[in-house]
Design a binder for this molecule. Structure first.
Ligand code: PBG
Length: 333
């Protein structure tokens, strides 16, 4: 700050908090519908909307219902939707081949959305966990996660998503070298315009629990993800990861989870000044939605406050399961 505030009573900082109008006038950050990316869960079938028990208000939807949801999201002004498949357990294998099947659930959903709702940006998830019999994001051999072999598979997965029409590829696997490999493959296969939003600073977090239920990965997961996802005690390392992913060709970067890691969002934005996103993950959603359901907090207010705080921390946008509820609320204001 360039100027130190005057002393009381010349300075009464409550003056600018005295009414709704004045508070609006001096507000430094705002949340708007352009800030939202909506993560959704896709399953097979037709006409299916199946509640996710650990995420009150969240559904797994069949492709036809996802298209309806995308239409609704676009009409609300939500700029992007992010697809996560709930894969039939029978399709999970050790070689994860379903991940790059051109007709897998995620790719079918992408094609259907781009055909019916071309104006919404489709983001896809690059990682092997929905397809891996071990529940891990990478190949497992003798209890170890194989980095370079996994990167080769992730490239195939990313290319199949780009072929299906994905606008934004979201590698969430945390293998080393995957951004460079995917960027090069996109460049050399006619997909130079496809964006990469790297899950650059993704922590090994307990807050992903409900998501793993939603995509059916909890049962499969043996062990934890601490050899590839970040240690929650680290902050400088997040900057190294973000810098590296930008050098390798990421267009946008993400910090994940969100609320417990707002300090990381701020450091990333200050250091790099690039499009920066936070993922308000399933466990954060479940805490707010669950407490609200029990009448312990005002769910709407907690939702809006939690998301505004990401803007204050420097984020350009937020992946949030609340996206349609927020958009509806913002439209009314
Ligand atoms: C896995 C993936 C996870 C999430 C997004 N992609 C979970 C994990 O790493 O185990 C979590 C999202 C959430 O919790 O909402 N590739």
């Amino acid at each position: 700050m360039s100027h130190s505030p005057a002393a009381f009573p010349a300075a009464r900082l409550r003056r600018t908090r005295q009414s709704l109008a004045v508070r609006g006038l001096v507000r430094e950050n705002t949340l708007c519908v352009d800030d939202l990316i909506w993560p959704v869960f896709v399953r097979d079938g037709e006409g299916v909307e199946e509640p996710v028990e650990s995420m009150p208000g969240v559904m797994r939807r069949s492709v036809d219902k996802i298209v309806e949801a995308a239409r609704e999201a676009a009409d609300l002004g939500i700029p992007a939707i992010c697809l996560f498949p709930y894969t039939d357990p029978a399709l999970k294998t050790e070689d994860c081949a379903e991940a790059w099947n051109p007709d897998n659930l995620s790719n079918r959903a992408t094609r259907a959305i781009k055909a019916a709702v071309p104006e919404i940006a489709v983001m896809t998830d690059v990682a092997l966990d929905p397809y891996n019999i071990n529940g891990h994001d990478g190949f497992v051999k003798d209890g170890k996660i194989l980095n370079d072999e996994t990167v080769e598979a992730l490239v195939k997965q990313a290319l199949s998503q780009a072929e299906a029409g994905a606008d934004i590829i979201g590698p969430s696997d945390m293998m080393d070298g995957r951004i460079g490999a995917i960027r090069e493959a996109l460049e050399t296969s006619g997909h130079a315009d496809v964006m990469i939003l790297s899950y650059a600073a993704k922590y090994a977090s307990a807050f992903y629990g409900p998501f793993r239920d939603a995509v059916g990965a909890s049962g499969a997961l043996k062990g934890d993800k601490t050899t590839y996802q970040m240690d929650p005690g680290n902050s400088d390392e997040a900057l190294r990861l973000v810098g590296r992913d930008l050098d390798e060709g990421a267009d946008m970067v993400m910090v994940k989870p969100g609320m417990p890691y707002l300090d990381i969002c701020r450091r990333v934005k200050d250091r790099f000044g690039v499009p920066t996103y936070a993922y308000q993950v399933s466990g954060e959603y479940a805490m707010i939605a669950g407490a609200a359901q029990n009448g312990w907090i005002d769910g709407d207010k907690a939702m809006m406050e939690s998301l505004l705080c990401f803007k204050r921390a420097g984020c350009d946008g937020i992946l949030t399961y609340f996206a349609p509820a927020v958009a509806r609320k913002l439209a009314k204001q």
